[in-house]
Structure formats: structure tokens, C-alpha cells
Design a binder for this molecule. Structure first.
Ligand code: ZN
Length: 446
């Protein structure tokens, strides 16, 4: 009898431990930290790196099979976990330069396999069959570009089917007829949440199935899945979650999948100042695992669509990478044979990275000059006490942002027209190619 009680206590204790592990996004967050297997920033993961990840998953016992080839003959893979009746299909990186979810899917499958004995994962395995295509566009990923080698946007090819990758995606859906799809992307890091000026770290969309934008059972479930993911992410990025534009797009895969009978949830990862690429993978992992768990245990049905519907829509155009406010600009170069007098203005800068020869080249360029009080910078500095001197060319829209900052009290001794100004008069701060030196001398506004 005593023995029986002891075993009962142990069994109950295990049950409590296991179910507590299942419910809590903080636990998933922490366990990703301890158990993730991806070790490269997603933007650096090329097809060869993905194959190394997938070899490891295969060794762990995950089913990974080649399902097709890209335009340049690179293998496209599909992973599978579980044997349940609910068919869930995820695909990532149909846009080659949108890599976050590819790493998150690798970490997710590793985690599910490694923790198969956890109560919620054992249950999930019986209730769900999960298939995922990581990196649908390996050719685009290789060049770190959105489109495939034909320069076609695969996510605008659902109707024309001119791409081999698009045809493969449609075939995988048509043959398997999944109940739910997850279309996994990255959005512009300068996407904001409504009018808040806050960066959208994650945007979600329960995709419309026709131009009316109405609800059916599948779309309502999609909204509930989005609500589950919102609540799972709120402890980490509350206020940085938005809703993606829900206009029906007759050329896009998510929209046509939904029309064809596989309601789709779109997850767009943005960026968040101070959060690394790997931390965004971690948030993806928490969102996907939480959604799968809710689908598996049925708790998704209790989720409130209003949680999703209350999310503000994305806005674009309000955010820049950097705004320099209250700068007194010293025009050092002539424009149209005219040397301008110094003037007071704000200016905005965006940074862009392109991939070539195995590394990223960063370029920062001027986007706007003038009164920028209605815009936000992801980063902002107050240059009130400084003269700002363009180093290589006149400060104008589109020009490279290479800027020298001098404290105003030094100005009377400086000849701004010197070609070797920077060496003759070392500046107090410099901004060049998206990098700062001496930035701490400028006061921060945000
Ligand atoms: Zn995309």
C-alpha cells in the first residue's frame, strides 16, 4: 500500500512537472536557450549550412526528405514529426532574404524530437502530423535576395506558377491537403505598430480566403492561433506585435492556400532594437511551439479572436534607422556651383546590407532632410551642440551618410574646406557605413 502511494505521488509529480513545462511560454523561452541547435545568425545561413542542420536532425531520428529542387538544382527538404490526424504544414524563406523562421523550424523539430517523452509532446505526436519546408527558396537565400533566380517573387506566383519552387509548394499542398498552413516571412525592420512609432517585432495575419475578407471556420481558427501566439509573445515583446495588412491578394500563396482549403496564418518577423537575430529565432520558436500545443490540446478553441483583432495594423514610412535631430549642417561641398550657408535641420538615415563574396556590405544613406518631428528613429541622437559635416559628398537624399560631428565651441579654429579635415581636426564623433565612434558624446532622445 505504501509502495502504491509512493508510486502515485511520483506519477502525479511527473504529471505536474510535465504539464507545467507545456503551458508556459517562459519555459519554452528558457528551454530554447538551453537546447537550440542553430548556431549561425539566420542571415548567414546558406543552403550548405541548412544541410548541416538537417543532417543533425536526421541523426536524431527526424524524418527529413528531399521533396524537390530549386531553379539552380539545390535540394528542397521537408521535415516531418508526429502521426496524428490534424495536418499542419509550415514553410519558410520563400523570400531568400527572410531567414529567421528557417532556423526556428530547425530548433523546433530538434526540440520536439529531444523531448518526445514530455507529456504535451507525446500527446502532440498522437494528435498532429507536422510537416515543414525550411528554405523554400535556397537560390534566393544563397544571394540573399527576395526573389528566385528568375527574379520572380515566389509569393506572387501562386496563380501563374512560373517558378519551380512555387509549383513544388502547390504540389505539396495539393497532395497532402493540410488542415492549417503557416507561411513564415520577415518584414522590413522599419515596420511600426500602428501609430505608436514602436517597431513591429512580429506581425501576424489570419489570411483572408476571398476579397470580401469575411470569416469562415478556417479563418476564425487562424485568428485564434494568432491570439495564442500573441499571448505567448506578450511577456517578451508586448506592444511590439502588429497585424499584417489583410487585403486579399489573388497572386499570393497564403491567400490561395486559404481559398483552396488550407487556411493560412502568416507570421512576419520584423526587428527590435537591442534584440539579436538569434533572439528573434527564440521568439519564433516560442510562438510556433505555443501554437502547436494549443492545436494539439484543443485549447486553441478557447482563445479569443478579439486578442488578434485588437492588434494595431502595421504601418510603414514612419520609422527610420537613425534620426539626427537639431543638427547644424556645414555644407562642405558645392551643389549646382553653390556653397550653402550652414543651416539647422533634422535628417534621417537608413542602412542596407547586401551579400557579396561571403560577407555583408553595409551602406547608410540619407533619406530625408528637414523638419522630421513627425517621424521616429529606431535610433535617435540630439546634435544640438554639434556642427555636422558631410565628409565625402553633399548631404542630400540618397547620398552616402558619412558624417563628422564637431562640438560647436571648437568651430572658430576649424577650416571646414580642408580636404584632409578629418585628420587635421579629429572630430568628436563619426558616423560612417552605419557605424559610430564617439556616439556617447551625443545625447539620446529615445
Ligand atoms: Zn516575405
Amino acid at each position: 500500500m505504501k509502495y502504491f502511494n509512493l508510486m502515485l505521488c511520483l506519477a502525479l509529480a511527473l504529471l505536474v512537472v510535465n504539464s507545467a513545462q507545456a503551458q508556459n511560454p517562459q519555459v519554452l523561452f528558457r528551454e530554447w536557450q538551453q537546447q537550440h541547435v542553430t548556431n549561425l545568425d539566420p542571415s548567414r545561413v546558406r543552403h550548405a549550412d541548412l544541410k548541416i542542420y538537417l543532417d543533425r536532425l536526421r541523426e536524431e531520428g527526424i524524418s527529413v526528405r528531399e521533396v524537390g529542387r530549386s531553379t539552380a538544382n539545390r535540394e528542397i527538404f521537408e521535415m516531418e514529426f508526429g502521426r496524428g490526424p490534424l495536418k499542419v504544414f509550415m514553410w519558410s524563406q520563400m523570400h531568400g532574404d527572410e531567414p529567421t523562421a528557417t532556423s526556428a523550424l530547425v530548433d523546433l523539430f530538434h526540440y520536439l524530437q529531444r523531448n518526445r517523452s514530455a507529456t504535451w509532446i507525446a500527446a502532440l505526436e498522437k494528435r498532429i502530423t507536422l510537416r515543414a519546408v525550411p528554405m523554400l527558396n535556397p537560390d534566393g537565400a544563397e544571394l540573399y535576395q527576395r526573389r528566385n533566380l528568375q527574379s520572380i517573387d515566389i509569393n506572387r506566383d501562386a496563380r501563374a506558377l512560373a517558378t519551380t519552387e512555387g509549383r513544388l509548394l502547390k504540389k505539396l499542398r495539393d497532395e497532402w491537403q493540410p488542415d492549417i498552413g503557416f507561411n513564415l516571412h520577415n518584414e522590413n525592420p522599419r515596420t511600426a505598430v500602428g501609430n505608436s512609432g514602436l517597431q513591429s517585432a512580429i506581425s501576424l495575419l489570419a489570411v483572408a480566403f476571398d476579397p470580401s475578407g469575411g470569416d469562415n471556420a478556417g479563418r476564425i481558427r487562424g485568428k485564434k492561433i494568432c491570439a495564442v501566439m500573441t499571448e505567448a509573445l506578450n511577456p517578451f515583446i508586448k506592444g511590439h506585435i502588429a497585424r499584417y495588412d489583410d487585403t486579399f491578394n489573388p497572386r499570393a500563396f497564403g491567400d490561395l492556400f486559404s481559398r483552396w482549403g488550407t487556411p493560412v496564418v502568416l507570421v512576419e518577423t520584423g526587428a527590435l532594437k537591442g534584440k539579436s537575430e538569434m533572439e528573434l529565432v527564440q521568439l519564433n520558436f516560442v510562438a510556433f511551439a505555443s501554437a502547436l500545443e494549443a492545436l494539439s490540446d484543443g485549447s486553441v478553441e478557447k482563445a479569443q479572436t478579439t486578442v488578434y483583432e485588437a492588434l494595431p495594423f502595421n504601418t510603414s514610412g514612419a520609422l527610420y534607422d537613425l534620426i539626427v535631430r537639431n543638427a547644424t549642417i556645414i555644407p562642405r561641398f558645392e551643389i549646382d556651383h553653390t556653397r550653402l550657408a550652414p543651416f539647422l535641420a533634422d535628417f534621417a538615415i537608413n542602412e542596407a546590407a547586401s551579400w557579396s563574396d561571403g560577407k555583408f556590405q553595409r551602406r547608410a544613406s540619407i533619406q530625408e532632410v528637414g523638419d522630421l518631428s513627425v517621424f521616429y528613429g529606431i535610433d535617435e541622437v540630439n546634435a544640438t551642440d554639434f556642427y555636422v559635416v558631410p565628409q565625402r559628398s553633399a548631404l542630400r537624399n540618397g547620398a552616402e551618410a558619412s558624417l563628422l560631428f564637431y562640438r560647436k565651441e571648437r568651430a572658430s579654429k576649424i577650416d571646414w574646406t580642408l580636404p584632409d579635415l578629418e585628420t587635421r581636426f579629429p572630430p568628436d564623433a563619426v558616423y560612417r557605413n552605419g557605424e559610430w565612434t564617439g556616439k556617447d558624446k551625443l545625447t539620446f532622445k529615445r
